[in-house]
Design a protein around this ligand. Structure first.
Ligand SMILES: [Mn+2]
Length: 342
């Protein structure tokens, strides 16, 4: 038997209310601003480029504006330099619709949230979160949120197939990077047969998985690897052995000249430990905020704990920014909460 091509699997998709709604919004408007969360990742950036490419394809006007710069390793998704970093001195372009991708909370847009809200007010523009993180019913009714999908790439691919958009190589690469990074290279619990089938279709469009791995995962500098070594030496576990955690101070980041972005992904190393259920990574930011990332192996849903702390994310991968307290205080407080919870 000859295997059907992966692409054929997605021909003539049945109707889906979220895709319909998104399509209606796109058809009804002409100019768009696309943005994503602070410290943009492969999912947010890939989703932005895939969406912008489609909008331009059908003759819409579209600007991608982010609060933080694109990390070098994700520059492959933006070969035409379409992603601009927000300049607080310059007014935002006039737009009818703001699409915020891979985010469902204005706070996560940082200082860009306020000017976007003003623009919305002035122009009576629509602002829509296109996202896949856990959200409450009210948000889900107003926005385009598909909690089931692993990533924005997975959501957008189905949308494009449904509306029968042409998927160019640029869009395919962007969506592959999105799925590949947000599933942590197909390891996270939301990785499904659908995620793989979509990636197969994207590879058929010309995406080279080895090239993406090289660009995205094999890019650490010597100082980053040494910093990682130093941080991993300090791993600790709770007495019951269920939680492992590491912390990284500003002083340590400065010593190695590391940026916040370069320490992302460190939390995943904790899951390599056999006995633990949950890994927690504490990072002190330049302004004293403590970024706390949580990862669960899958027996413990950590989302309720993270929500209680004021954060968000997915059932087994979530995070929160804590503005009150020193690194040590936050570590103590969060560990106490986590131990009660687990
Ligand atoms: Mn995501």
């Amino acid at each position: 038997m000859i295997l059907k091509s992966a692409k054929q699997r997605f021909e003539k998709l049945e109707e889906h209310p979220l895709w319909e709604r998104l399509n209606d919004i796109i058809q009804a408007h002409h100019s768009f601003i696309i943005t994503t969360h602070m410290l943009p990742d492969g999912d947010g950036l890939g989703g932005e480029i895939a969406m912008a490419s489609y909008l331009k394809q059908i003759g819409k006007e579209c600007h991608i504006i982010n609060v933080d710069p694109t990390p070098e390793k994700f520059s492959i998704v933006d070969p035409d330099f379409e992603i601009k970093q927000w300049n607080p001195q310059k007014p935002l372009p006039k737009a009818h619709v703001i699409f915020a991708i891979d985010v469902n909370d204005w706070k996560r847009m940082g200082p860009l949230a306020m000017p976007l809200a003003q623009l919305k007010e002035q122009l009576k523009a629509k602002s829509i979160f296109i996202d896949h993180h856990i959200a409450d019913e009210k948000l889900k009714q107003e926005h385009i949120i598909d909690e089931r999908t692993s990533s924005m790439g997975e959501f957008l691919f189905q949308f494009f197939k449904y509306i029968e958009a042409e998927i160019t190589f640029k869009m395919a690469l962007a969506m592959y990077v999105s799925i590949f990074t947000d599933t942590n290279a197909f390891r996270h619990r939301k990785t499904t047969a659908l995620s793989h089938a979509i990636c197969a279709a994207l590879v058929e469009t010309g995406v080279n998985p080895a090239f993406v791995t090289k660009q995205v995962h094999q890019t650490r500098s010597l100082s980053e690897v040494r910093l990682l070594g130093e941080v991993l030496k300090t791993v600790q576990t709770t007495p019951d052995g269920k939680i492992a955690w590491i912390e990284i101070s500003q002083a340590l980041q400065k010593k190695y000249g590391a940026t916040s972005e370069e320490t992302q992904g460190v939390v995943d190393y904790l899951l390599a430990l056999k006995e633990i259920e949950v890994g927690i990574f504490f990072r002190e930011e330049p302004d004293g905020t403590i970024a706390v990332s949580f990862r669960s192996k899958g027996n413990v849903e950590i989302y309720p704990l993270v929500k209680k702390l004021g954060g968000g994310g997915h059932a087994y991968e979530a995070g929160v920014l804590i503005r009150k307290g020193t690194l040590q205080e936050v570590v103590q407080r969060v560990l106490a909460e986590a131990q009660k919870f687990i």
